[in-house]
Design a protein around this ligand. Structure first.
Ligand code: SF4
Ligand code: SF4
Length: 172
């Protein structure tokens, strides 16, 4: 009562020899093969890295960068450690120091991100109260020849440009 009997598949002789399924798959492969031969623009793959993808959304989380203050082009980061605290991978290493240019703020003496440990979650960007760290670099392919080369320091993070050409922090 109230029991629904579900038909079992795969028990007939035709299903057990798999020929029908194999030829069905071959038919689909052949259909795409001939379509791609006649018009290569149908092929959804690209010859990466010679060809770069063109359909990446602006919200894509790429390699991090540190922004500058619009007023004097200095580093926008105030070394508050919010990003490092929010980071689930614990891959942000900050050492704070006093600013010597008259601005009553701290700044990072050391600001390192280990990209081999980073999971690109974007929590650091969300946590930052100064819009000082962003992931809008458009860089999604990172290569290196040693573990150390994947640790991006302050100078490297400050040198990376934003994909939208917006280089400055929106915070004051
Ligand atoms: S993207 Fe996530 S894992 Fe990577 S540094 Fe930011 S908070 Fe940490
Ligand atoms: S990047 Fe932002 S959250 Fe991280 S220490 Fe600097 S100001 Fe604070």
């Amino acid at each position: 009562m109230g029991v629904r009997v579900v038909k079992r598949y795969g028990n007939t002789f035709k299903e057990k020899i798999y020929l029908h399924a194999i030829f069905g798959g071959m038919k689909t492969t052949l259909k795409h093969f001939t379509a791609n031969l006649s018009d290569a623009s149908n092929i959804p793959t690209i010859c990466y890295p010679e060809q770069l993808p063109r359909d990446i959304t602006p919200r894509y989380r790429g390699v991090h960068r540190l922004t500058h203050r619009k007023s004097d082009d200095s580093i926008a980061c105030v070394a508050c450690f919010m990003c490092a605290t929010a980071c689930p991978a614990k891959c942000i290493n900050i050492v704070a120091t006093e600013r010597t240019d008259g601005v009553d703020e701290k700044m990072p003496e050391i600001f390192n991100i280990d990209l081999l440990e980073c999971v690109f979650c974007g929590y650091c960007v969300e946590a930052c109260p100064c819009d000082a760290i962003r992931m809008d670099s458009g860089l999604y392919s990172v290569v290196g020849d040693s573990r150390e080369s994947f640790i991006y320091d302050k100078a490297k993070l400050l040198s990376i440009k934003g994909i939208s050409n917006e280089e400055f922090s929106l915070a004051k």
